[in-house]
Design a protein around this ligand. Sequence first.
Ligand code: AMP
Length: 577
Amino acid sequence: MYFSRLATYFERIEGKSSRLEITQILAELFNELNAEEIGQTVYLLQGRVAPLFEKTEFGMAEKTVIKSIVSSLNIDRPYFEKENRRLGDVGKTVEEFKKQYVSFEEKEMTINEVFLELERLAKSSGDGSNDIKVGILSGLIRQLDSKSCRFLVRIPQGMMRLGFSDMTIIDAYSWALCGSKQFRPEIEAAYHVRPDLGYIGRLIKEKGMEGIKKVTPHIFTPIIMMRAERLSSGEEIVKQLGECAVEPKYDGFRLQIHYSKKLNEVRLYSRNLEDVTLMYPDVVEGVKNEIHADEIIIEGEAIGYNPQIDQFLPFQETVQRKRKYDIEEKAREIPLKLFVFELLYNSGASFINEPFTKRREKLESVIDVQNNPKQNTIIIAPHTLLSDAARIEKTFDEAIADGLEGIIAKKLDGTYRPGARGWNWIKFKRSYSSKIHDTVDCLVMGYDTGKGKRTDFGIGAFLVGVYDEKEEVYKTVSKIGTGLTDEEWREMKKRCNKLQTKTKPAQYAIDKTMEVDMWVAPGIVVEIKADEITQSPNHTALFALRFPRLVRFRDDKSITDVTSFSEISALYTKQEA
Ligand code: AMP
């Protein structure tokens, strides 16, 4: 398919806000594409040339994109910038200019040709790479037609934002196959094991649903991590699980480790599937030295450790290891210890459908169980088999006394369920001095520009919401205008700036009374502590958080990890009278 035809699809999608219509247009598009094209197109639809978990980034700011445009079309920069300010979008501006300045180099290019050029652009790095990037983009602008250019220049700026999620693409795959959502559950399950939409698309083209049913974990493709349900007493846990494995709940950050001995390569993925390998060289070394396997995928919680006093550090200190600069220096100051608790794959064999006991047995065979924090980096999470509510409570109290977050109880015959929050894992966390026993993870949906003192920050309150999995929309639970330090307000504004849009994202359900000055596209997850959950007609979730406070930004959580509508309803019912 020619890129110009793809651009007509982009244009059709851009004009729509109904999810169903977008899905149907995508399905129509997918049916026109071959296996190679569908893989590439799906990445381009997300403004990328690789799956989300791969580090390949364009690294082009608007400034550099404008430089490519003006050099390509040989136009005056101030004039272009003036027009750009008037139209408010580089894509539309370049389209207008292209219409007026006929280029003799213009020709049809296939999706594959454009994709390969964009891939070359994204992969060029080091000295002089900026000129190479500008050269590649200028060349494409000269060759493509005006409409194609509108979308082309948005790609390296990360401005594709056609307003749909991975789930819409999954739905569209189903629609392309059978004209309805019928295959979605199976495609989604495959995606949870291998969340590479390009791969899934190619597989569907080549092997259809038979291929989808057989998807297994793949080294260096992160598996969407399983999550825990919550309960707040030993008694409830025993009722739910009977005899179970109880492990300490470490308050650090979760890592999924992929290791190939043959390639001598380790990759670490965060909870939201970001490749964070470069941030944690000490963990990489630990894995190479202390894990005895040829090819393996395991999971654990990394936590900072102070060797002088032989103590683990609180989350606030551990999190300082999440950084892009001075990595080695911080690693010496705050070494990490990795408590491993899961094994998902080992040398060609998937373990996700095996019971917990079998996964644990295998895990114990690849790590020296005698490892200890003084000498080692990789330590197996200790666990005890318990079936007595009082003993569970006692273990919980001991964990709290040790400065841990609580415990995690695991179902002995439970499988690992990628991407699911389920009863195979149950977290039991320290209760707060409020009526609710847990914090709520919310999505930042928009904000009001500040009044009074806050005009300095440019933000006076922000709107947050939870995710309704059934309706697939975010619903509001609070507008938060207090409880942040000056520094946090500045940080919030900085983050909002990157994602703000004038139009309300299609997946937000909002009551009129909660409109905001500026919308924020899904991307910022915050942990909120509240005293109580009350019913509220003004919030679309029908619940409101009373006395909400920002606990922290949850960069480790992805936008689909936010508290769900059913969880908030459960928290509401369970709060203490
Ligand atoms: P959640 O992700 O909110 O469902 O809570 C579970 C989180 O607890 C996981 O994502 C891990 O980051 C963390 N965690 C800490 N210790 C453990 C453990 N022993 N087993 C599983 N998860 C753990």
